[in-house]
Design a protein around this ligand. Structure first.
Ligand code: H2B
Length: 97
């Protein structure tokens, strides 16, 4: 899968509010009311990632969870990372329903 250019990443990020381009990856921090809510969301994203065979880096800081998506094989951001970010967003929106 082809690594996207900085311009392509900038364009595509417009469709993903809160996501930013950082350290050769796209990332977003999600804030939860309870520590365990964040952990449950991490479990959900882990299942999505396993299903897609594409895995984000995950940082947990108490109630803040940050997902950072890059394609190791490509050495940067690819469409696979945008697909994963979209699916993380969908899963997050599902939490409210
Ligand atoms: N996840 C991410 N983020 N980047 C990869 O290059 C990657 C992965 N490679 N998950 C996958 C697994 C690869 O190792 C398997 C063999 O497809």
């Amino acid at each position: 899968m082809a690594k996207l250019s900085a311009d392509e990443i900038r364009q595509k990020l417009k469709a993903l509010p809160g996501w930013e381009s950082k350290d050769n990856a796209i990332s977003k921090m999600f804030k939860f009311k309870e520590f365990l809510h964040g952990i449950e969301f991490v479990q959900k994203v882990a299942e999505i990632a396993e299903g897609a065979d594409h895995h984000p880096d995950i940082t947990i800081n108490y109630t803040r969870v940050t997902f950072s998506c890059s394609t190791h094989d490509a050495g940067g951001v690819t469409d696979k990372d945008f697909k994963l970010a979209e699916n993380i967003e969908i899963a997050f929106k599902d939490l409210d329903e």
